[in-house]
Design a protein around this ligand. Structure first.
Ligand code: AMP
Ligand code: MG
Length: 394
């Protein structure tokens, strides 16, 4: 059987980062920067008030209380300002430029809030409540590096340095296709022998959680020709395709029957549990990567975490590796078949990890109750309670 690492290496050796493109800021959320972004001006661009109050010469506010005359109001957005002379103050609002001559802002709370004449009760230090030019960013500074995922705060600073368009790697568009004659759409009644189709919902959601766009193409029955037709139609909008089911050793395995003869998708046994039958390759004229995952929901999920998520990261120009692990102590003995790496569903709390009840690869409720996968290595079949294990937090 093929080691887990080799299967991932084959995938990462094939999958290419998507070409960068320029997008409007409104469309940049969730994409990954494909350029370093520098600030064209300093931020703040000018000294401005951090509070509502009075712009003063600190030297005028030493012996308090003191009464000073108010020359004018300075609001946020005001441009040409008169300088502040000795014994005078300007009423100033948060974000307004500090007039020349003033070297401190007295918060309104320290005053009687006068309009023409103001009494200040408290001494002020030079620089008080003034935000200095460039104290966030200096002109020419890099504010975001290539390879940064754009979230809300990153969008904020892009706008804050005046950018409207930005060069990014887009979110991969991933089509998710389920196969199985037994599958009924959730929300419709179950017929005899049927189960509700869960993989496409789960995998499309996993794609979105991985920062890509997931589209459910629904479920196909076990007819290889029908599968190929639907795959063909879906390739138009796909940067990658994930299928589930139809890749095992039985009869009626439409994915394998349809794709194996084309010779560009390899079906293999990977030394893991759950998720042994795996397929990966390229389809269509545009060489779209396809991940043919096993149908059991837990197998499909674990396969996604190990193989598809790193590939989606690579497509976005991000570093791609097997998931990070942490160490923990198992609260119960663990069992694993020889020669296969097990990924047991478990609950991780602090430094301990407890396997959940129900380790079958069809036991989706157990997966949904878990927050971690405990790894039992290939050469280990039993681990005693209290053993130290590697854990993938989910
Ligand atoms: P297969 O890999 O097609 O042999 O499917 C393995 C098991 O997973 C079978 O019990 C299927 O009924 C189940 N299964 C396959 N696809 C799905 C799906 N989309 N949703 C829920 N269960 C599935
Ligand atoms: Mg099937």
């Amino acid at each position: 059987m093929k080691p887990v690492e080799r299967h991932l290496a084959d995938i990462l050796g094939t999958v290419r980062p998507l070409a960068p493109l320029e997008v409007d800021l409104e469309r940049a959320l969730g994409t990954v920067l494909a350029e370093d972004v520098t600030a064209p001006v300093s931020l703040p661009p000018f000294d401005n008030s951090a509070m509502d109050g009075y712009a003063v010469r600190a030297g005028d506010v030493v012996n308090v209380p003191v009464s000073l005359s108010v020359t004018e109001d300075v609001a946020a957005g005001d441009g040409a300002l008169r300088a502040i002379g000795s014994g005078m103050v300007a009423r100033i609002m948060t974000g307004a430029p500090v007039p020349a001559g003033a070297d401190a802002v007295v918060p309104v709370e320290w005053t009687d809030a006068g309009r023409t004449q103001v009494t200040i009760h408290k001494q002020v230090q030079p620089g008080n409540a003034i935000r200095l030019i460039g104290e966030d960013v200096r002109a020419g500074d890099v504010v975001l590096r290539e390879g940064t995922r754009i979230g809300a705060a990153q969008l904020g600073i892009l706008a804050g340095v005046g950018r409207r368009r930005v060069r990014v790697r887009p979110q991969p568009r991933v089509v998710v296709l389920s196969t199985g004659a037994e599958l009924a759409e959730p929300g419709t009644p179950l017929g005899p022998g049927q189960i509700w189709e869960s993989n496409s919902f789960m995998l499309a959601a996993a794609v979105r959680e991985a920062g890509a766009e997931g589209f459910r193409a629904g479920a196909v029955t076990d007819d290889p020709n029908r599968f190929l037709d639907i795959l063909d139609a879906q390739l138009l909008r796909a940067d990658a395709v994930i299928t589930s089911g139809g890749v095992s050793m039985g009869a009626y395995e439409p994915v394998k029957e349809a794709l194996a003869p084309l010779g560009r998708v390899v079906f293999e046994k990977v030394a893991m549990q759950p998720g042994m039958p795996q397929g990966f390759g390229l389809v269509g004229d545009d060489n779209v990567p396809i991940f043919t995952l096993p149908g059991n929901p837990v197998s499909a999920f674990v396969s996604f975490v190990l193989f598809v998520r790193p590939a989606l990261r690579q497509m976005q120009g991000l570093p791609a590796t097997l998931p990070e692990t942490v160490r923990a102590t198992t609260t119960a003995p663990l069992h694993s078949p020889p020669g296969r790496r097990s990924f047991l569903r478990a609950i991780l709390t602090g430094g301990t990890v407890a396997p959940v009840h129900g380790q079958g690869s069809h036991q989706l409720a157990a997966l949904a109750s878990a927050n971690a996968l405990v790894i039992v290595p290939e050469d280990v079949t039993v681990l005693a309670e209290g053993a130290t294990v590697e854990v993938i937090p989910l």
